[in-house]
Design a protein around this ligand. Sequence first.
Ligand SMILES: Cc1cc2nc3c(=O)[nH]c(=O)nc-3n(C[C@H](O)[C@H](O)[C@H](O)COP(=O)(O)O)c2cc1C
Length: 358
Amino acid sequence: MQKNEDLLRERRKDEHVALGVKQNEQLGKFSLDDIQLLGTSIPRYNVRDIDLTTTICGMDVAFPFYINAMTGGSRHTKKINADLAEIAKEVGIPMAVGSQSAALKNSTLIDTYQVVRDNNPNGVILANISPEVKIEDGLRAVEMLTADALQIHINPAQELVMQEGDRSFSHWLTRIEEYVKLSPVPIIVKEVGFGLTRETVTSLANIGVQTVDLAGKGGTNFARIENDRRRDQAYDFLLDWGITTGQALLDMQHADAPDIAFLSSGGIRTPMDIVKSLALGAGSVGMAGQVIYSLKKNGVEQTIAKLELWKEQLRGLFVLADAQNITELKKTSLVVTGELATWGNLRGIDLKQLANRK
Ligand SMILES: Cc1cc2nc3c(=O)[nH]c(=O)nc-3n(C[C@H](O)[C@H](O)[C@H](O)COP(=O)(O)O)c2cc1C
């Protein structure tokens, strides 16, 4: 019985990767396209003056983007984790592993995650668990990687579409509170592509969470992945569930959680998406689907080259925004139009103020 469960779990990990890569071949219009960043034609800075440094959970990091949680838990995904760790090390960016439940239940799979620390001994590495995981096991997940922080993913929509998914959620908030109190490393609470509303963020801030990852809709769609895995495909009606990354970022402008740090992710595909996210207050920007798609399509070396180019392109965008660093970037005016503006207005976001910040 246990063996069957292990096999099913391993197969699920491989299916998530295959379906996630396929989805990321072709992405539609993105919510952040409805935001225009107002720049200058007489920049005060040169490209070499730009400082891209930021902090995640109080840790200084050199570049404001990271590889978000994806995988581990099967033989095939060990190789992917090894490659992702190589990319993270060479580019010098933080990286999260996928949910470690598989290794907590079956110790023969520990190496499929640990390879990330082996390949990148000095990097910033984030552990990842579900709030289903009991505290003593969660702490083992941190130890497994000598992780620098612990991501806790909250994904009720995914669980509900998943045939074998969880059906009880009401204990999650108290479980997360326990982690906040007992974890030796900082906690990041994240969605998985359905977006955190400001109400959810406020609930998390009220129990002491200091960092959230908004993980909005617009990239990898886990309702679609889980629905495709079902024989009956009975959840077609939930494929559009959640709020987009643009909506989640606007919502944070009026969140009743002034001290919480937030990370932007979900559908991020260009340096422009990163700059818009940072201008809206994100501390850093995460990417999952586009990185694994690039890895599968182009390999490790080309993915590294692409992300290296992004650093240079980001510096260029900071020049255009007339911002030397992220603190200055947050003063840039952002004009929100289209569907995103309609949504923002209904949520009471002061879009006029955002459009006239300088
Ligand atoms: C193949 C794959 C597996 C994933 N597995 C996890 C996971 O185990 N834990 C988690 O927190 N998020 C997981 N995610 C979600 C991502 O971390 C991210 O929140 C989501 O994909 C949205 O970002 P994206 O549009 O850049 O892919 C996974 C994503 C992909 C593509």
